[in-house]
Design a binder for this molecule. Sequence first.
Ligand code: SF4
Ligand code: SF4
Ligand code: FES
Length: 301
Amino acid sequence: MATPTRESTASTARPEATAPTPPATVTLRLWRGDEAGGEFRDYTVENLGGEVVLDVVHRIQAEQAPDLAVRWNCKAGKCGSCSAEVNGRPRLMCMTRMSTLDVSEPVTVSPLRGNPIVRDLVTDVSYNYAVARRIPPFQPGPREPDGTYRMKQVDADRVQEFRKCIECFLCQNVCHVIRDHEDNKPNFAGPRYFARLAELEMHPLDVLDRRELISSDLGIGLCNITKCCTEVCPEGIHITDNAIIPLKERVVDARYDPIAWLGRKIRRRPDPTPAKVAASFAPAAKTGEVISTDAPTRAED
Ligand code: SF4
Ligand code: SF4
Ligand code: FES
């Protein structure tokens, strides 16, 4: 077999592919307005490359629109503040690279549609905090005889997934139960809080039974497992598969499984109705025994 010469390889080599030249400018089409109404406005800036959407929004704010309202904090995908809809898709602006978007056309950036507008890209997320206040917090049972709490590593791992939530509320925004039906909000917790409820209900040290609350007041039955919430979660939490579906199973068990019903009667777990929840906290609060979820518990096995 003939050894290829420098000349022969040169003549058969394919021409080097040249990367397409990025456009010199990028245009963001930003929603400007308040609760009374608004419109999209185009802002064109130099294309610096290597930027995320939030960088470009900040440059527009610095150079062309100093009155532009935008909420952000960490610029690292951890505070959950910079949620918006980029080309109609709920995203964190600080984690959305311009290089992943088609910048040959204007990139639209609009506020989360599921929330009331405050101004420009900032929305009112207080509905979520109202839901959070309705959820009874972690309540541990008695300590082991040696004064410790113990739980298996597998149980710690299971609830840890839900602790990754950064409260960006992208899942709440995309959930059709409340996105287009404001009247459902009082009766529906939404995916972020089903993840929180799953975290509490699956915690082996928690002794409250919130299943009636989840079913009757927080409306898990309205969720039809479309998985839209899971698809937009920037933390990759499997909200539907690991939180909502197990919660639905637990609620059904509570209502229709006679053996589970009898077991609960014998074990006498606290009733989840708000008055009884409050009462169940009273003695512990006196002795300082109630531990919030943020307090470290000792997990050994
Ligand atoms: S799976 Fe349920 S909670 Fe998630 S977006 Fe769909 S309806 Fe909403
Ligand atoms: S569950 Fe995911 S999408 Fe929903 S608020 Fe938490 S981090 Fe955001
Ligand atoms: S600025 Fe904190 S998540 Fe984007």
